[in-house]
Design a protein around this ligand. Structure first.
Ligand code: ADP
Ligand code: FBP
Length: 310
């Protein structure tokens, strides 16, 4: 089983409108709601790929209940720690007039210390029943900045493998606990290095630095440019074909799901990386985060160019 942890759950709302104009009144044509937050998206993709998943994290208020209802409708099992504060809403504005996606991500609720203790106990329990535990997304207020580091220790003790996809300080603080795999995107890597631009060579060197810290698998996601893998199984570059994308929100999460699935199924590293890239691609062809079409995955895998760098 794979457990995904979403500490900062989200009711993901997509607003469709003809043209989004900053500083003007904008009227929404259509609204769509999805259960969200990065770990939830990972679970949706894993379920579509046919894997047994469970989701956990903190859930609060009306938005938390709504997410749980939407998970029930999809038969995705969940076990959340209930909190008093309201879980957040995240907005994705899709304007067909200017073809751009704009994301507005709320900071999220405040979690009290006692609830953090309860969550740690629950993660231990779930990790004991899982091969992999995926830790994704931002932290709500009130949890320790090294929350993911603490959870990785717990997951290690339970003999499961931790996969980490987060950014900023929570990312930096967790690295010393050596997660099994990390998947930073380009902005996240630049943020870690305190740089505003990175050449391909600099990205490879940064990933090698992460490998030196003892992280066995580093997969850098590069949007339309594909991905770079630097890890104990070598160095690879993956390039997807040109796509007419609909919405790339959630592509990183879909990629994490594909990579986790590949490792769990003991696929070769080449097949695992292609599965990750193919899931990211399929997500980008759908309007909503965490949606893929399994029938596309095989054909995409054949179209992805993979090059062994060393
Ligand atoms: N425009 C695109 N064309 C083709 N593949 C894409 C595109 N955007 C994303 N993907 C796929 O999804 C993966 C993750 O996307 P990325 O945008 O890097 O992640 P994140 O959502 O974390 O920023 C990419 O590595 C790639 O495989
Ligand atoms: O926890 P964070 O980092 O605030 O991110 C939350 C948001 O990220 C998303 O999962 C999309 O993430 P990616 O595009 O990076 O895969 C949204 O669905 C969600 O609302």
């Amino acid at each position: 089983m794979i457990t995904t942890i979403t500490l900062n759950l989200a009711l993901d709302k997509t607003y469709f409108l003809s043209n989004f104009q900053k500083g003007k009144t904008n009227r929404i044509k259509q609204v769509h709601e999805e259960p969200g937050g990065k770990g939830i998206n990972v679970a949706k993709v894993l379920q579509a790929l046919g894997y047994e998943v469970k989701v956990s994290g903190f859930s609060g208020g009306f938005n938390g209940l709504k997410v749980q209802k939407l998970l029930n409708e999809r038969s995705i099992p969940h076990r959340f720690i209930q909190i008093e504060d309201e879980s957040r809403e995240c907005l994705n504005i899709m304007a067909d007039g200017n073809g751009q996606e704009t994301e507005l991500l709320e900071q999220g609720p405040t979690v009290h210390q006692a609830k953090w203790g309860e969550l740690c106990q629950l993660v231990h329990q779930l990790a004991s029943q899982s091969e992999f535990v995926v830790l994704s997304g931002s932290l709500p207020k009130g949890v320790p900045i090294n929350a993911y580091g603490q959870l990785i220790k717990i997951i290690d003790h339970a003999k499961a493998k931790a996969i980490l996809d987060t950014s900023g300080e929570p990312f930096q603080a967790a690295l010393s606990e050596k997660p099994f795999l990390i998947k930073p995107n380009e902005p996240e890597l630049m943020n870690w290095l305190g740089k505003e631009k990175l050449s391909r060579q600099e990205m490879i060197r940064a990933a090698e630095k992460l490998l030196d810290l003892g992280i066995p698998h580093v997969c850098l996601s590069l949007g339309a440019n594909g991905a770079l893998y630097i890890g104990e199984e070598g160095q690879y570059s993956l390039t997807p074909p040109l796509l007419e994308v609909k919405n790339t929100v959630g592509s990183g999460d879909a990629m994490v799901a594909g990579l986790t699935a590949g490792f769990l199924s003991n696929l070769s590293i080449e097949q695992t990386l292609k599965l990750g890239v193919a899931c990211g691609m399929s997500n980008a062809l759908h309007l909503y985060a965490g949606c893929i079409k399994t029938s596309d995955i095989k054909s995409f895998q054949a179209e992805i160019k993979i090059e062994k760098l060393s």
